[in-house]
Design a protein around this ligand. Sequence first.
Ligand code: GDP
Ligand code: MG
Length: 177
Amino acid sequence: NGDFDSKIDYVFKVVLIGDSAVGKSQLLARFSRNEFSVDSKSTIGVEFQTKTLVLDNKTVKAQIWDTAGQERYRAVTSAYYRGAVGAMLVYDMTKRQTFDHITGWLEELRGHANRNIMIILIGNKCDLTSLRAVPTEDAQEFAERENLFFMETSALEATNVETAFQTVLKEIYRIVS
Ligand code: GDP
Ligand code: MG
């Protein structure tokens, strides 16, 4: 059993969901490769990326799925959600509508995913401070009401991206270990 996979203690599937153009693919690029591409078309077609981390002396392989352009409700198939133990529910804090749609995404998620899936609400693009359209308190309140973790991130400036993913993965680990 000398192969690499035998050293993996856990594989956690985490799905990214939210409206188109909120920054899901860039969050994934930032987390998995510490990259941000100005031309985000380069990430289209990618199904998932993996990143291996050590949590509490255990090797955890995070398998993060990206919708790759099927971001309308019901266009995301149940196969996408199958086996997911975590979800990052992303909106663009400069576009109110993407936050208003979070309720729909949450319904979709709760209809398809495991009942005990760990969910974090992400307000992305926090670097665009002067364009903010969603107050932190609104999102915070919503997250508390719905029992979600919450964080504001910037994939562009790498703000809170690592922390957001780590929060979900650590919580999943805490539950399964
Ligand atoms: P997706 O459709 O949700 O996967 O969104 P993308 O990751 O393709 O990003 C959509 C657009 O938003 C692209 O033009 C990105 O460059 C831009 N973008 C993504 N994240 C950020 C961010 O944190 N800050 C800023 N200013 N732009 C971002
Ligand atoms: Mg994308």
